[in-house]
Design a protein around this ligand. Structure first.
Ligand code: SF4
Length: 474
């Protein structure tokens, strides 16, 4: 039977044996940590900034009802239409309704992971609307009929040559490996799409309760055109994006850039707070804001893992994750990849179907260490594993853990088992990889770890007896 877990296993096995792709991914992320560290050193104290960000997010998430109500009241007062969608289907239906009511034919989109989460493009295209992604990376993966590889760098898995081939095939352009020329090719196509579009769809990085505005951060200027040119602007965001005050952006905007790409500040940071106001010369005539719950309130109710809603989607945890670097983004089969994806996907899409992602981790803690808002990511992976086991233990898990408890409670037996393990290792070497090897599916892609020459108990006993002998000698 094909499950999400078997698909993940097959896809990640394919990538782990593709040395070229892994080397390319490592190179693509290679300079990230050095650039980020240089920018972080410009902060008076990065750790104090992290602490402050974590506290603001804690306040925002733990008082989400109040801040959301304040935000909605203020943005509605300026003419925005707000729709709170309980799930993805409600969000899609609302946007389809707006498109139908206004006779929308062509839609331009800025980057938005929430619209990926609710599978908006497919729904719009099925109803006959032409949808164009305006972020360069998103446009490239759209032309390839793929999902984003990384939620900050959607096309990071592609070489310039591959992008040039794609543009030749899909857009009839001349071959070139020059990034600027490749950008200009996409830009020429895109300009016409902005003019034609009846509707612009964007996401939002933050929503400010105090002023009733959404904040959008980008490097290409495409989101500004998407939000300003078409007569209808639809913004789609998760309910957890609210920040209490405008001044909070002074911390979060540079922090998002530094953690995400290593930049001091992203090139364009814009605030939008409703449709064109009387006396204004530009801006959309209609402004719709779709607030997506989609099981976020269930995560909010979970006091242990609620801080996963602090995420600002900077992508830093993906960039440092040894699993992401080796299995790549598409293997996850989710909207949100990497450590944060492995933590929240079981909440958003069902624990039993997605629990395997929480096991695909070395628990090294690099994600937790790098997260700018201090989410305890690697412990949440453990929480998911524990919850999945409690909810529906598999027969072999029950036997395995019962055996583990049995051994742990009997030190004598535990020591014998350790000795047997030491005998098993040379025996395993003889059958390694053959049909007689009981561990062959596990050792296909890894070495069986050699047992320590000395157990900790032996080491400790010897140390104690040596100390006793020394005391006797004195
Ligand atoms: S969990 Fe932290 S590091 Fe990962 S994307 Fe979210 S904010 Fe960034």
């Amino acid at each position: 039977m094909i499950t999400y877990a078997t698909e993940f296993k097959t896809a990640s096995a394919q990538v782990t044996t593709d040395g070229k792709l892994r080397a390319f991914l490592r190179r693509a992320l290679g300079s990230y940590e050095a650039t980020r560290d240089t920018t972080q050193r410009k902060y008076h104290s990065w750790s104090e900034a992290r602490q402050a960000a974590s506290e603001i997010k804690w306040d925002a998430v733990n008082h989400l009802d109040r801040y959301l109500a304040e935000f909605i009241t203020k943005i509605e007062a300026r003419g925005a239409k707000v729709f709170v969608a309980a799930d993805a289907a409600q969000a899609r239906d609302y946007i389809l309704g707006v498109a139908k009511e206004n006779g929308v034919r062509s839609i331009i989109k800025a980057k938005s992971m929430t619209t990926e989460e609710i599978h908006l493009n497919d729904a719009l295209e099925k109803e006959g609307h032409a949808v164009f992604e305006s972020d360069l990376g998103e446009y490239i993966v759209q032309l390839r009929d793929e999902t984003p590889y990384h939620f900050v760098f959607p096309a990071m898995h592609l070489t310039r040559e591959q992008i040039s081939d794609l543009f030749q095939k899909e857009l009839g352009s001349e071959p070139t490996n020059d990034p600027e020329q490749l950008t200009m090719i996409a830009r020429r196509v895109m300009r016409a799409k902005y003019i034609e579009a009846d509707m612009g769809i964007s996401g939002a990085n933050f929503a400010v309760a105090e002023t009733g505005m959404i904040s959008i951060t980008e490097n290409e200027g495409n989101a500004r055109l998407t939000c300003a040119l078409p007569k209808i602007h639809v913004a789609v965001m998760g309910i957890e994006k609210v920040l209490p005050k405008l001044e909070d952006l002074a911390l979060f905007l540079p922090m998002l850039a530094t953690a995400g790409t290593g930049q001091a500040l992203t090139c364009y940071n814009s605030l939008y707070g409703g449709p064109r106001q009387p006396g204004e010369v530009d801006g959309p005539q209609q402004f719709h804001l779709v607030l997506v719950d989609n099981r976020r309130t269930e995560l909010l109710a979970d006091a242990e893992q609620r801080d996963a809603l602090h995420c600002i989607r900077c992508g830093a945890c993906l960039n440092v994750c040894p699993i992401f670097k080796n299995v790549g983004g598409h293997s996850y089969g989710t909207t949100y990849q990497g450590p944060i994806g492995s933590v929240i996907t079981p909440h958003l899409r069902g624990l039993q179907n997605w629990k395997h992602l929480s096991s695909a981790s070395s628990l090294c803690g690099a994600c937790t260490e790098t997260c700018p808002v201090g989410i305890d990511l690697h412990h949440h992976l453990l929480h998911n594993r524990r919850n999945a086991m409690r909810e529906k233990p598999l027969w072999w898990e029950k036997i395995l853990y019962a055996g583990f408890v049995f051994l742990m409670l009997r030190p004598g037996l535990y020591r014998i088992a350790g000795k047997l393990g030491a005998i098993f290792f040379p025996l395993h070497k003889i059958v390694n990889g053959t049909p007689l090897d009981p561990l062959r599916s596990w050792t296909k892609t890894r070495e069986f770890p050699a047992p320590a020459r000395q157990s900790f108990a032996d080491y400790w006993n010897r140390k104690k007896s040596n100390a006793g002998a020394n005391r006797g000698a004195h």
